[in-house]
Design a protein. Structure first.
Length: 204
């Protein structure tokens, strides 16, 4: 099995590309969705968050989101502490999830912070979904009903998009050009690599 990481910044269309791959039969693990689930159900995460923030971090078996957000966004150090509790459990859950889908040649993990979180350690290849900055800003403004300043601030808090592109094994450019040929090329390249062929593909 090949484990593929899918990443991309705000407005790049990462989630859209992930959905297109899922429609082609590729199982996709959405780290955002699964992390939210695990923060309620995983015993290690619950113990870690309670140890860090006290029993009141859970109220009626639900996360005390205002308390968690106040702590999380207070400083980078606080965010790092939360991440050190959550991310290892998400990795472990993804590996269990992937192992349960052994009939598939390729499975995928979708994460906007794939490199920052260390999720790249549990995938074999990474595809970065890339779009020019002005396109990303426009998309995010329309999608989130946000101002240009708000979107730019959120983008500046993430890893530089050019660095993501440089680190990735594959790059899908989502600037309005056709995605289907790029997805076909990606899946073909992964199939060739699974077959032992050393296919060097970057921009698809």
């Amino acid at each position: 099995m090949i484990r593929l990481g899918i990443t991309g910044g705000i407005g790049s269309g990462k989630s859209y590309v992930a959905r297109l791959l899922a429609q082609r039969g590729l199982p996709v693990y959405d780290t955002d969705t699964e992390a939210k689930r695990l923060m309620l159900s995983d015993a290690d995460i619950r113990a870690g968050l309670i140890g860090l923030l006290g029993e009141r971090v859970y109220v009626d078996e639900k996360l005390n989101k205002p308390l968690l957000a106040d702590y999380l966004f207070a400083s980078d150090e606080h965010a790092s502490r939360i991440n050190s509790i959550v991310h290892p459990c998400v990795k472990r859950d993804f590996l269990r999830w992937a192992a349960s889908r052994a009939e598939h040649e390729v499975v995928a993990l979708e994460s906007a912070i794939l490199y920052e979180s260390g999720f790249d350690d549990v995938v074999d290849y990474v595809v970065a979904v890339y779009a020019p900055l002005e396109v990303r800003i426009r998309r995010a403004m329309e999608r989130d009903c946000a101002t240009e300043e708000q979107v730019k601030s959120r983008i500046s808090s993430q890893m530089n998009e050019e660095l993501k592109r440089d680190h990735a094994d594959f790059v899908i450019v989502n600037d309005g050009r056709a995605l289907s040929p790029q997805l076909d090329a990606l899946l073909k390249a992964l199939k060739n690599r699974k077959g032992g062929q050393d296919v060097c593909v970057c921009h698809l």
